[in-house]
Design a binder for this molecule. Structure first.
Ligand code: UD1
Length: 358
């Protein structure tokens, strides 16, 4: 049974928060949520974090506090638990919500689709429902470039048609976008933005927060840093016979701090009442395609080390190439990726070294 006093840390009891400048961050102890919480606080927002810690650690809340020097009200809440969520909405005043809390492993979603549909959709609908009920106007949803699939024309703009999802995970992103669009249309109070992330990588420059995958990582950069740390023997490069300059897949790797700042820009837009439509979509990437081999070489160069790797079969489901047209985010949000790939890959390694005590 949920109990804020027992389960969470309620640090701001009795302190009045300005609801326009307060953001509820669901999944705020996770990789993207923790970095976004830091940037929101740096930009002058108050943040309330909820997280069920199913794929994150409480240490990241400590990291947020250490980086910002601010207290962060944190409650262990599962967003699928309507009663617990209701208590959060009754307890805190906030105009904006950023919803990160979701499962994100593509392979696992194929093996356990119901787990993904139940968790990702119910938690999102609960959030939207509470916002409607308690008159909280602004919601920002974490979507993914996975919605574009194998696009015919690159880079992809927000107008590029979405493709049929290739995994239940990807389907929950598309379905959540649609739920948000329809709810923003139907309910006067609601305004929504979906950010379609490309490939988030790296860590905060302080190395106090970063990505902490449980078990064997699915994504490239955590696998790279764990291989460099000696936890994995050898990195497998999934295919070098793609129709790309060096035969390996092309992706748009976006620095996690840059990505976090995109959320601040989007919240600013909502809070300032500047949205042109009640539901808007933005691509959040760098606009630069990078191959797997380029990424590995850059990692080796900036960190002065050698990575053992071998070329293996293609991974089923991988698209050849996808990268973002970032004009809409640049022009309308006034946001642009700033850190270089080298800086980002250095930060990823600094974080891995800190958590492994290397
Ligand atoms: C993956 C998901 C995507 C999700 C995103 C979240 C798939 C098919 N797609 O994107 O839906 O939104 O993560 O961050 O899983 N690679 C290797 N060796 C590895 C790991 C990856 O060569 O050990 C290659 C992949 O083939 C790919 C690139 O690295 O070309 C990036 O892979 P990854 O980090 O898993 O991201 P995506 O597949 O682009």
């Amino acid at each position: 049974m949920y109990s804020p006093e027992k389960d969470g840390e309620v640090l701001l009891k009795g302190i009045k928060m300005d609801r326009k400048k307060t953001v509820l961050v669901s999944g705020g102890a996770g990789y993207i949520g923790s970095h976004t919480s830091v940037e929101l606080i740096n930009a002058g927002y108050d943040v309330v974090v909820i997280d069920n810690l199913s794929n994150s650690e409480k240490d990241s809340i400590e990291g947020i506090k250490r980086i910002t020097g601010k207290n962060v009200p944190f409650e262990i809440v599962d967003t699928c638990d309507q009663e617990a969520l209701k208590k959060v909405f009754e307890k805190y005043e906030f105009d904006s919500v950023i919803h990160f809390a979701a499962y994100k492993a593509v392979g696992e979603s194929m093996a356990e689709p119901l787990k993904y549909y139940t968790n990702n959709l119910i938690s999102f609908m609960n959030i939207v429902e509470m916002m409607k009920k308690y008159n909280r106007p602004n919601i920002l949803f974490s979507s993914s470039a996975t919605v574009y699939g194998e696009a015919e024309i690159l880079p992809v703009t927000e107008e590029t048609p979405r493709q049929a999802p290739t995994s239940p995970y990807g389907n929950t992103k598309q379905m959540s976008e649609d739920i948000l669009r329809d709810c923003c249309r139907a309910y006067a109070v609601l305004h929504g933005i979906a950010l379609r992330y490309f490939n988030p990588i790296g860590a905060h420059p302080s190395a106090l927060i970063g990505e902490l995958p449980r078990g064997v990582p699915n994504n490239l950069v955590p696998f790279v840093t764990q291989t460099a740390a000696g936890i994995r023997e050898c990195l497998s490069v999934f295919g070098n016979d793609y129709d790309t300059p060096d035969g390996t897949c092309l992706r748009d790797y976006i620095d996690i701090v840059d990505l976090a700042k995109a959320h601040v820009a989007a919240v600013n837009r909502m809070v300032a009442g500047k949205m042109e439509d009640k539901y808007e979509i933005f691509n959040i990437g760098t606009g630069n395609p990078v191959s797997v081999l380029e990424l590995l070489t850059t990692f080796e160069e900036v960190n002065q080390l050698k990575l053992p790797y071998k070329i293996v079969e293609r991974r089923p489901g991988d698209v050849t190439a996808v990268w973002a047209d970032t004009a809409k985010a640049n022009n309308i949000l006034g946001w642009k990726a700033e850190r270089t790939l080298g800086e980002t890959l250095k930060s990823a390694w600094e974080w891995e070294k800190r958590i492994r005590k290397i």
